[in-house]
Design a binder for this molecule. Structure first.
Ligand SMILES: Cc1cc2nc3c(=O)[nH]c(=O)nc-3n(C[C@H](O)[C@H](O)[C@H](O)COP(=O)(O)O)c2cc1C
Length: 293
């Protein structure tokens, strides 16, 4: 499909979808928070929205019965997260021209992720009508070394209220069949390629090596239960990584004892505390040995 046909479709008229499927990938809850706003707008626009939470690729088997699709995700290395891309390219049913919308959160470098997801959806037969993104707090724990007050101050600078309003308006416009969100911007996207090169599953085997601070570990198993690619195994009572990392950083962010770390990336720093803990993926917790947790 040429760029021009795509742009015409973005601004052209289309039928209002009665049912929208929303695939939601959100590691620390930021994107879930943003997507809720879009859903609110879409429901006001008259559509019924079904959210399908993506966490483990091999357990994700949604029934996409709607007549439109929204994909919501966090930017990870200037592109959507690998497990989501894998699923989209191998398991997303063909769109047969259904309208689609891309919704994403990032710490500020998102354009390339929009192009990347547009390519994936277009190749799978969807008609991408627009996108919307917002800057949310950066959830990479490495950079949170230093006083918590500094990070709280920086997080407060994010203009989130306006972005939430824009997401709600985009949801309503998408549900009414109108022009919604921002067009996909085509510009020389070196960062897009860089994201694929640097956050690369083969490089990740070496670059992102988790380890556990044994003196702190309380054997609660949260990290193992959360890992979206089941990379962490229990060896002698402690979590040990095997193979490549999906970079959700859930094991680090969710550890109640700050015992999980990643060599070169987190070294006893302050892990990201989810702003909306209720929106983080919850998995059934099987074993708990620490009463103060
Ligand atoms: C491994 C990793 C890579 C990231 N890469 C980028 C990036 O390239 N550009 C950016 O703006 N934000 C980046 N971020 C920040 C997240 O996109 C941002 O915090 C997002 O809101 C997290 O959403 P979630 O809570 O739904 O997972 C990255 C975060 C992680 C953990």
């Amino acid at each position: 499909m040429s760029i021009w046909i795509h742009l015409r479709e973005q601004v052209g008229k289309r039928r209002a979808p009665a049912k929208i499927d929303l695939i939601l990938c959100s590691d620390t809850g930021n994107t879930a928070h943003y997507a809720n706003q879009f859903i609110k707008g879409a429901e006001r626009g008259g559509a019924e929205v079904t959210a399908h939470r993506f966490h483990r690729r091999n357990e994700f088997n949604p029934s996409l019965n709607g007549d439109a699709l929204v994909v919501a995700f966090p930017v990870s290395g200037w592109k959507p997260p690998w497990p989501l891309l894998d699923w989209l390219s191998s398991s997303l049913p063909h769109g047969a021209g259904k309208p689609a919308f891309c919704l994403y959160t990032s710490a500020g470098g998102p354009e390339n992720a929009g192009i990347s997801i547009w390519v994936h959806l277009t190749v799978r037969g969807y008609r991408v009508c627009g996108r919307m993104w917002a800057a949310y707090p950066l959830n990479v724990p490495t950079l949170r070394i230093g006083p918590a007050s500094l990070w709280k101050f920086l997080d407060r600078q994010v203009p989130i209220e306006e972005d939430l309003k824009a997401a709600e308006e985009a949801g309503e416009a998408f549900a009414r069949g109108g022009r919604a969100g921002l067009p996909i911007v085509f510009w020389p996207s070196l960062l897009w390629l860089l994201g694929y090169l640097l956050d690369n599953r083969w490089i990740n085997v070496f670059l992102y090596r988790n380890y556990v601070w044994k003196g702190r570990c309380n054997h609660c198993n949260r990290c193992i239960e959360h890992c979206p690619i089941e990379r962490l195994r229990l060896v002698d009572g402690f979590p040990r990584p095997v193979g490549t990392c999906a970079l959700c950083l859930g094991c680090i962010n969710l550890c109640p004892k700050n015992a999980m770390h990643m060599a070169c990336w987190t070294e006893y720093g302050n892990p990201y505390k989810p702003r909306w803990p209720g929106l983080v993926v919850k998995r059934k917790h099987r074993r708990r040995t620490d009463p103060d947790e």
